[in-house]
Design a protein around this ligand. Structure first.
Ligand code: CP3
Length: 344
């Protein structure tokens, strides 16, 4: 049977006349229907762990915009919670976790086999979505990459420069590596269960990869991702994998091969023309449009969207933003971006 889903075709390496399109954080606070469902759920974590409502918010942007892919509604910080970290969200500020500052605290984390006790509602959400999504829409599951997840576990919150995680790594490399190993193993099991439940693609978010320098980038961004990809490919050889090492800059070159990913997601820190030359020859690319265009719209949005479509037109490409859409974005600008891509 020939593949009809455009996202899967691009991930298989096909160059399409119009790139398929979806958007990071496409279910989110810029949508009134998201805010209504979130209010119904109570807080953000209750929404993540409520399979019916999490499926509902995943479907909202598909109904409104007809994106070619839906991304499971959850969060990368559910894995630390499943490993035993306390997790809560402070409105207007972001996530808070119990901190990890010693080797003993790493050892005290729960065994990887225990994660499903916490994460099973997420697999239920995936099952509902696999049933309810339109036949042309691809379902993407995801997890945080080990380094990015570790930065939150160590600091207990988001940090501008990942300072506490770098300090822990450089002061106590053995404990740091034990933490990364634990997250890596948990991530393999978590993503494998998402695939079994019906995720057709999985994506690894390494939002803070760019803060790793020199040998650390190879050891803590590339290697754990490659390990996760290899384990998943062994169990689920048909499932494409997208890696997003945000902020990699010139190190984006060669990452398809180094990680073993079918697609490399690009932030907005490299030019599409450069990436078409140095990254896309190795496989599918995704991303690159500055999220701020979803706030400002207008001619700049149209011309930048066209430029990215044009730059990537000779190879496999999935249109996306360089990072998540922000709560102050205007849904009309999202529609304008989609119309521009589809008529470019
Ligand atoms: O893309 C999607 O629509 C799927 C769902 C998704 C969320 N978070 C929902 C969410 C995904 C893929 C994520 C990934 C995620 N979460 C990352 C990696 C990508 C990135 O943005 O760099 C990170 C670092 C997190 C951790 C996290 N979750 C932070 C730092 C915050 C607070 C910042 C903010 O935007 O409020 C969250 C909360 C969060 N995750 C929201 C959503 C929709 C907002 C929560 C709300 O409704 O109040």
């Amino acid at each position: 049977m020939s593949q009809q889903k455009t996202v899967l075709r691009a991930l298989a390496g096909e160059t399409l006349p119009t790139p398929p399109i979806w958007m990071m954080r496409q279910a989110g606070r810029y949508l009134s229907e998201y805010k209504a469902t979130r209010a119904q759920a109570g807080d953000f974590l209750s929404l993540c762990y409520n399979p019916e409502l999490a499926a509902e918010v995943t479907l909202q942007p598909i109904r409104r915009f007809g994106f070619d892919a839906a991304i499971l509604f959850a969060d990368i910080l559910l894995v630390p919670q499943a490993l035993g970290s306390d997790l809560w969200f402070v409105t207007g500020e972001g996530p808070r976790l119990s901190t990890i500052t010693t080797a003993d605290e790493v050892k005290a984390l729960k065994p990887v086999t225990a994660i499903h006790d916490t994460l099973s509602p997420i697999y239920e959400t995936v099952k509902i979505l696999a049933r309810e999504l339109p036949s042309e829409t691809t379902l993407i599951g995801f997890a945080g990459a080990p380094w990015t997840v570790a930065t939150y576990m160590i600091a207990g919150q988001g940090t501008p420069d990942q300072g506490p995680a770098h300090a822990f790594k450089d002061a106590n490399r053995e404990a740091f590596e034990a933490l990364l190993d634990r997250i890596t193993e948990a991530t393999i099991e978590y993503l494998s269960e998402q695939i079994k439940a019906g995720a057709e693609v999985v994506k690894l978010f390494d939002s803070w990869a760019g803060s790793l320098q020199g040998a650390d980038f190879e050891a803590y961004a590339v290697k754990p991702a490659a390990r996760i990809v290899a384990a998943l490919k062994e169990r689920h050889p048909e499932t494409p994998i997208i890696a997003f090492p945000r902020g990699a800059g010139e190190r984006y070159t060669g990452l398809h091969k180094a990680i073993g990913a079918d697609c490399i997601a690009l932030d907005d820190g490299v030019s599409a023309e450069w990436a078409a030359k140095h990254v896309q020859p190795d496989g599918c690319v995704q991303g690159n449009l500055k999220s701020s265009h979803m706030v400002t719209g207008g001619d700049a949005l149209i011309s930048e969207t066209r430029r990215i479509v044009e730059a990537f037109k000779n190879g496999p490409h999935i249109f996306n933003l360089g990072h998540g859409i922000t709560p102050d974005a205007d849904p009309e600008n999202v529609q304008l971006m989609i119309d521009t891509v589809r008529t470019a």
